[in-house]
Design a protein. Structure first.
Length: 184
């Protein structure tokens, strides 16, 4: 693919699972998600009771990134609003440094706001400094660790939180997602 072909963000659908799994296995060989995990997440991503939002980034016919967020429960401090959990953000290595991770994260934060979440949580491998810097640019703050969270490698996770996701920085409007809205 040439650099002149734009990267388009759109809603992830079931037919995207195979190319997403290929990228997943390349980027996360030790702790890649299974086909069943993606099917389960997508089952909760459509309709009026949707609690998930998953996206793919496509350049031509190639999936070059994907991301997902889940909303549940109540905010730890207010007990009245849902909490979003960033499930995954992944970008093909040949697209690192292009801003694609930020575009995907921006859309996840918009989804968290649409789900009326007062805070957004995530876990990040303690050795993934590139991802940590991205999250910090968006206002996430470290709040703790989960020892041995990533298996089978027994790698610790840094737990990060963002309060008021609606105030996080956004990318340009031309980077909007194609596809249905949060509930459709």
């Amino acid at each position: 693919m040439t650099d002149s072909v734009p990267v388009v963000l759109r809603e992830m659908r079931w037919w995207d699972i195979d190319p997403v799994l290929e990228l997943e296995r390349i980027l996360f060989p030790e702790d890649a998600w299974s086909r069943g995990m993606f099917w389960s997440e997508l089952a909760h991503a459509r309709g009026p009771a949707a609690t998930r939002r998953y996206l793919v980034a496509e350049q031509g016919s190639r999936v070059v990134g994907y991301a997902g967020v889940a909303a549940s429960g109540t905010a730890s401090d207010s007990r009245s609003a849902a909490v979003a959990d960033i499930q995954t953000v992944a970008v093909a290595r040949d697209h690192w440094g292009t801003g694609l991770g930020g575009r995907l994260l921006t859309e996840l934060l918009k989804a968290a706001t649409a789900f009326e979440c007062a805070e957004v949580m995530l876990e990040c491998r303690i050795d993934n400094i590139r991802a940590q810097k991205l999250y910090e640019r968006f206002g996430f703050e470290p709040i703790g660790f989960r020892r041995g969270y990533y298996q089978p490698g027994n790698v610790d996770a840094l737990v990060m939180r963002l309060t008021a996701p609606e105030t996080a920085p956004e990318t340009a409007p031309e980077n909007s997602v194609q596809g249905t809205d949060i509930h459709g």
